[in-house]
Design a protein around this ligand. Sequence first.
Ligand SMILES: Cc1ncc(COP(=O)(O)O)c(C=O)c1O
Length: 354
Amino acid sequence: MITTTDIKIHKTNKSRIAEYDINNVPFGKCFSDHMFVAEYANGKWERSYIEPYQNVPMSYATSALHYGQAIFEGMKAYKNDNGEVAIFRPYENLNRLNKSAIRMAMPEVPEEIFMGGLIELLKLDAAWVPSSETGSLYIRPFIIATDEAIGVKSSDTYKFIIITCPAGKYYSEPIKVLVETKYFRAVHGGVGFVKAAGNYGRSLYPTKLAQQRGYQQVIWTDSKTNQYVEESGTMNLMFVIGETLLTPELSDTILSGITRKSVLQLAKHWGMKIEERKISIREILTAQGNGNLKEAFGVGTAATIAQIISIGCDGKDYELPPVNSRVFSNKIDETLRNIRKGKIKDEFDWMYKV
Ligand SMILES: Cc1ncc(COP(=O)(O)O)c(C=O)c1O
């Protein structure tokens, strides 16, 4: 078994950080100095190392590229006013990564490799964690099948890699979303509940069509009846109708978001009425019509809260109340930001100090 002390560390002798204003970079395009890699072969994780972030030679026959045995995670680290770095709920990401691994017939990553690699990497690249109010270091752990072989079978070799990039605000404006009833993100018995790379590839065409019509994202509906909302883009969905917080109940077609889980925990703690159940498009549009739909928003690591300002359905746009009137989601956004930046007490022990 690999332990943290087995991680071979090869530091860069020339940091690239001075090339960027890390408090002001486009999302996902500027990578920090180092990356963590663990290699799986002969039925076990054999070696792990940190090396300068770089391109690596890879065969065009690499099986992940052809058959999609590729899974990933997304999480964030934050810097408080004292310059200390902490990661938001990393064990949740580890658990979900391993759930994805099982479903995709890939090896699970042991805790000591995931957490050991993550902590060593963040210690080395702590300077890359933005200190701005809305900044964070986005962390991308992923596993890919690395057999050099054509032929549909599960790979015998894999790499678990962690790369990171400074990130600012994901959406600068509230978003317009389109209810999608022709194409589906996930189907029962499929892989919608895990973070398999193919889920994202298949979502691009319907998203492109929606964007051509002036929407930023789609609202995915269930593939059986097209009547129930599931997620929006790569976010879980939430609504405030009257005084109740509503969100679609989890199933094998919905990703169990860590932001979703955190929002529900906070809402429960505040004594808010919560309903996790099937939510039909008709229910949402009826509530919009009679003035009961107070808030609609997506929740996820990248955006935290993405306010939805209008919902397109059957050729009509349904406008929602202005963002500054939305008491619950604004309070959630502020509370999560304050917990992450160490400005208020971390009552739920969500932050993992590096
Ligand atoms: C399909 C999908 N739904 C929801 C989420 C939100 O999950 P989390 O809050 O863990 O980022 C994500 C992002 O990971 C996603 O890809």
